[in-house]
Design a protein around this ligand. Structure first.
Ligand SMILES: *Cc1c(COP(=O)(O)O)cnc(C)c1O
Length: 220
């Protein structure tokens, strides 16, 4: 299937309340342009420099999502345009995003990344840490960021029961926090291999790369 066909298929089949983030990391501008021409407006990248280079040349009505792990010293390069940062997992990073957003007189939307996988390699904070952060006085002083939801990445495994359990954990964490933090609206979970399961477990935002753009080649 072409990129165009795949985008159209996803737009036709995803539930209306689920946002599609087209994960275009490592892919050339022409591929993003094709997805754009098929109607896609939300793109996810995991490297700040690569995202910035693409932002500079592509249409300005694209919503850019940073889905990767963010280094604090690089926030300044995306503060002018990034729409949503998925991978916030500590207060120091949040403080830096706030500081850089202020320079552009913007409010940057963020998701707290919750560690739901059992793998050690995945980033994220515990549900308890997220609760503490959201309740802290320091947090309420940050006026140029808005926490609009939670993000999680499941273990990379064929064990669907395991993945389902991890998605349920994110949904439960969201349900526990939402009543006292009503700005939380988004649950970002699900990728090419597990987005249907994620949606069944309450995802409102899926991050799909390889099934749109094909496998990534990290060697070029
Ligand atoms: C690369 C990436 C994706 C997309 O993965 P696919 O399996 O290609 O759909 C989703 N989320 C994050 C955080 C990623 O880094």
């Amino acid at each position: 299937m072409s990129i165009t066909e795949k985008i159209k298929e996803l737009h036709d089949t995803l539930p209306e309340d689920v946002t599609l983030v087209a994960v275009s990391k490592t892919k050339p501008i022409a591929d993003l342009q094709e997805a754009y021409d098929a109607g896609q407006r939300v793109f996810g990248e995991n490297k700040i420099q690569e995202m910035t280079e693409k932002w500079e040349v592509l249409p300005k009505d694209i919503s850019w999502h940073m889905i990767g792990h963010v280094q604090r010293n690089k926030v300044k390069y995306m503060a002018e345009f990034v729409d949503l940062i998925h991978g916030v997992d500590n207060f120091k990073l949040l403080k830096e995003i706030n500081k850089q957003a202020k320079k552009y007189d913007r409010t940057i939307k963020c998701l707290l990344q919750i560690k739901i996988a059992e793998e050690d390699s995945k980033f994220g904070m515990s549900a308890e840490d997220a609760t503490t952060l959201l309740a802290s006085a320091e947090f309420t002083q940050l006026e140029n960021i808005s926490i609009v939801g939670l993000m999680g990445m499941a273990t990379f495994t064929d064990d669907a029961m395991q993945v389902q359990k991890e998605f349920k954990h994110l949904k439960t964490t969201f349900n526990n926090l939402q009543p006292t933090h009503t700005s939380l609206e988004i649950i970002s979970m699900g990728m090419s291999g597990d987005y249907e399961l994620a949606i069944a477990e309450g995802s409102t935002m899926v991050r799909i790369g390889s099934s749109i753009f094909g496998a990534r080649n990290y060697t070029n």
